[in-house]
Design a protein around this ligand. Structure first.
Ligand SMILES: Cc1cc2nc3c(=O)[nH]c(=O)nc-3n(C[C@H](O)[C@H](O)[C@H](O)COP(=O)(O)OP(=O)(O)OC[C@H]3O[C@@H](n4cnc5c(N)ncnc54)[C@H](O)[C@@H]3O)c2cc1C
Ligand code: FES
Ligand code: FES
Length: 483
């Protein structure tokens, strides 16, 4: 049953905050700064790049015994997504006795702050990291900070501060959230199966079950799905356009599961990219590396694989890996489900095969099979937090030194990420020595229309398309296939 005109309710430092309908159509950042007077959280870029706005969003664990925190870019998150959750901002960290959190103390002691604009975001990122990794290594700290820009300090004092803070007693590092937990249990008990939050002209529907979601979309085929909000949030901030009729997937528990289906993993449409990264780390290290360079940890805490696929950007990073691995999509419209190969999903630039009211339920990712090798690499100007010039992925087998069953895919070369059958044909049946750069160049020229782009010239992209494949081919004999 749908409950109309619900107020958004969330927990903030031991109290339930109830947003009035007039305020519900705002981002979490705007709500914090403009309605709650919590101006510690800063707005830098308003597009997920600088990290000045990072806060921690808490969710009750399944058994209700603890609260799990994720760092998020509050500039991109819409207020109704907070319903039933808790929020920690930089103002939450000071203890009742006035003592600062160890991360704050260490930032001051090791001169990790100068103008201070980036500091609240950095403090929240590091505090969030230490809720799950109590003694992070230097490289874990650097990874965690890849979404926080500081133009003053040069990062060394910030990294030193993180390592210094992690030496504090665990009970000092752990967020004080016992009162929050009790309130979160209360909110969970009173949650509606399908809530409709309305701000003037801005409906926001949040179902909790798959059938309720499917029925709603069938009746409202023009509605816009909202998953991790890292694309939609940009639309709201940069085009000042709050999509009419948003439908939030985050409360549908079935969409948040990863299922082991034997030969493949069924990754629900609301599973975050950070969870996918963990899933593929052992099975597909190159895919994990592409995901580790996808946005930043707070972007990946909410962004989803399904959102990346549905958004359909020509330079979307997960698709080359998924296409090379032969991923399929589980789609649903009303009560009807179908499975579609990802390679048949795109019908043009940012166009796809979804029918009105149809949505992605899950992405089916094949597990590594004996004898297969998977390679993938993203090329961008910066290592972290940058957009691809191109990303290339290849799966193959070697039989008596010859490549077979090659699947090769790219982003950045065509209106949508795609396989490259002409390049596959150059490699299939050959040994590494028999694959020539000239034939690959010819296949690139026959497969794609030359187009210079903002991120790279066509000449550069075409060279990358050939050289990445040559690298995979030349390294093939030194790599072990899956046993
Ligand atoms: C700072 C920043 C860095 C980024 N870095 C990268 C990067 O390195 N590589 C890259 O590829 N992208 C990057 N992105 C883009 C973005 O993060 C990804 O496209 C992300 O995967 C989108 O997922 P989401 O869950 O946030 O989607 P949302 O913003 O929630 O939705 C995106 C689109 O998908 C639709 N949609 C969502 N779920 C479904 C579903 N289940 N069925 C049908 N349609 C659906 C929505 O209606 C919307 O049109 C970046 C974005 C930002 C802001
Ligand atoms: S304001 Fe820059 S990431 Fe949010
Ligand atoms: S201290 Fe000035 S931006 Fe970091």
């Amino acid at each position: 049953m749908t409950s109309n005109n619900q107020p958004v309710r969330f927990v903030l430092d031991g109290a339930i905050v109830e947003a009035s309908p007039a305020q519900q159509g705002s981002t979490v950042l705007d709500y914090l700064r403009e309605h709650l007077g919590r101006s510690g959280t800063k707005e830098g870029c308003a597009e997920g790049d600088c990290g000045a706005c990072v806060v921690l969003v808490g969710e009750l664990s399944g058994d209700g015994a603890s609260v799990n925190y994720l760092p998020v870019n509050s500039c991109l998150q819409l207020l109704p997504t907070l319903d039933g959750k808790s929020l920690k901002t930089v103002e939450s960290l000071q203890r009742a006795n006035g003592k600062l959190h160890p991360v704050q103390e260490a930032m001051a002691a090791s001169h990790g702050t100068q103008c201070g604009f980036c500091t609240p975001g950095i403090v929240m990122t590091l505090t969030g990291l230490m809720q799950t990794v109590s003694k992070p290594s230097r490289s874990e700290v650097i990874d965690a900070l890849s979404g926080n820009l500081c133009r003053c300090t040069g990062y060394k004092p910030i990294i030193d501060a993180a390592l210094q803070a992690s030496a504090a007693a665990p009970d000092q590092i752990k967020l004080d959230d016992e009162a929050d937990r009790a309130l979160l249990l209360q909110l969970r008990a009173s949650r509606e199966p399908a809530a409709l939050f309305t701000a003037p002209g801005q409906d926001f529907f949040a179902p909790t079950t798959l059938p309720a979601l499917a029925d709603y979309l069938l009746a409202h085929p023009q509605a816009t799905l909202l998953a991790g909000s890292t694309e939609i949030g940009l639309q709201v901030n940069k085009q000042f356009a709050w999509p009419q009729g948003l439908v939030y997937l985050g409360n549908v528990s079935e969409l948040r599961q990863v299922g082991d289906q034997g030969r493949f993993w069924r990754i629900g449409a609301q599973v975050s990219l950070n969870e996918v990264l963990t899933l593929v780390t052992e099975a597909y290290p190159d895919f994990a590396e592409v995901l580790r360079r996808f946005g930043s940890p707070p972007i990946r805490s909410t962004a989803t694989l399904a959102g990346n696929i549905a958004n359909g950007s020509p330079i979307g990073d997960s698709m080359p890996c998924l296409l090379a691995l032969g991923a399929t999509l589980e789609l649903r419209r009303g009560e009807v489900t179908r499975t579609l190969d990802l390679e048949h999903f795109y019908t043009g630039q940012k166009k796809n095969a979804l029918q009105g009211g149809e949505f992605i339920v899950a992405v089916n990712l094949p597990k590594p099979a004996a004898g297969e090798v998977f390679r993938g690499h993203k090329v961008s100007k910066r290592f972290d937090q940058d957009i691809s010039a191109t990303c290339c992925a290849m799966r193959y087998r070697l039989q008596d030194g010859r490549f077979t069953q090659v699947r090769l895919a790219y982003n950045g070369l065509a209106p949508s990420p795609c396989r490259a059958p002409k390049l596959e044909a150059v490699i299939n049946g050959r040994t590494a020595e028999e694959v020539s750069a000239a034939e690959l160049d010819q296949a690139v020229a026959q497969s794609f229309t030359a187009r210079d782009g903002l991120r790279a010239s066509w000449t550069y992209r075409a060279l990358l398309a050939r050289n990445l494949v040559l690298q995979f081919v030349e390294e093939a004999t030194s790599l072990e296939a899956v046993k």
